[in-house]
Design a protein around this ligand. Structure first.
Ligand SMILES: Nc1ncnc2c1ncn2[C@@H]1O[C@H](COP(=O)(O)OP(=O)(O)OP(=O)(O)O)[C@@H](O)[C@H]1O
Ligand SMILES: [Mg+2]
Length: 265
């Protein structure tokens, strides 16, 4: 699968190349449920630079999704600071946060989250619709995004007419629509078999290598995490380990060794 370049997913150069893309300092997240308070993050200090590919691991309840929600500007820290390209997210109002989510961030979830009565192409177009991109450009971008994920020939299929892996590829194409600098994926391969998972990782590695998109992916599976460049392990709301992957798996090399199980027509 060849990526057109430069095309979808081009990242804007940060104002200052030395500014980390993401910088968390002393970040806490406390969910206040009235009677009960859940201290989900307990002092997170982390920097992530443009072009990194990070896997987030750790036991259930350790704070991974909470961390991703903060990264994705879907929620705010209770204490501490989050600088995104040097900008303090706490100082932004709702409209500005929505704008950042739209312009800088792409989201991919375990459950794909596609609209079921809407074709692959229309699902992919949606974020650009919200961003008021002109129809002709929207269509062009959506087709380019579907090409990147290898689904140009499935644009008129509804989600129910696609395999799980294909649905996840549509979701990735949708996440690429507004040319994000960062792609956030919370267990994107959680519902997929192992070959299909590696196919998804192949797409992520290409986006990372060829277009410089920063990838942050939550996974429970050590084998999946080894496709990343760096693994951060959360435990009880703290970072327990932060390490580089010594011999990282390359999906394009692993794929030919795996049996073909899926969807050849
Ligand atoms: N919206 C919420 N309101 C209250 N508590 C929450 C909320 N979301 C998460 N929590 C709590 O915060 C803690 C961290 O949850 P989080 O979802 O971040 O864990 P996780 O590492 O993503 O786990 P999993 O691997 O099961 O997805 C847990 O104790 C959880 O119960
Ligand atoms: Mg989670």
């Amino acid at each position: 699968m060849a990526l057109p370049s430069p095309a979808i997913g081009m990242t804007q150069t940060p104002a200052d190349a030395h500014t980390p893309l993401i910088a968390f300092t002393g970040v806490h997240k406390i969910y206040d449920l009235g009677e009960v308070k859940v201290h989900a993050l307990r002092g997170i200090d982390i920097t992530i630079r443009q072009g990194e590919f990070v896997a987030i691991m750790g036991a259930s309840g350790g704070g991974k999704s909470t961390f991703m929600n903060l990264l994705g500007c879907l929620d705010r820290p209770s204490r501490g600071t989050y600088l995104l390209e040097g900008v303090d997210v706490a100082g932004l109002n709702k409209a500005e946060l929505a704008r950042i989510r739209n312009r800088k961030l792409g989201f991919v979830f375990q459950g794909f989250n596609l609209l079921s009565r809407t074709t692959a192409l229309e699902n992919v177009e949606l974020p650009a619709l919200y961003a008021h991109v002109r129809p002709a450009e929207r269509l062009e971008r959506a087709r380019a995004a579907l090409r990147i994920v290898g689904l140009a020939d499935r644009e008129h299929h509804y989600p129910s007419q696609l395999s799980g892996g294909q649905q996840q590829r549509v979701a990735i194409a949708r996440a690429l629509m507004n040319q994000p600098a960062i792609l956030l994926a919370d267990e994107p391969t959680g519902n997929l078999d192992s070959r299909t998972s590696v196919e998804i990782l192949d797409i992520f590695q290409r986006l990372n290598d060829e277009q410089g998109i920063t990838l942050i992916l939550v996974t429970h599976e050590p084998d999946i995490a080894r496709f990343a460049k760096r693994i951060i392990t959360f435990q009880d709301g703290r970072i327990r380990r932060d390490e580089l992957v010594p011999e990282r798996h390359i999906a394009a090399e692993v794929l030919p060794t795996l049996a073909q199980v899926e969807d050849e027509d």
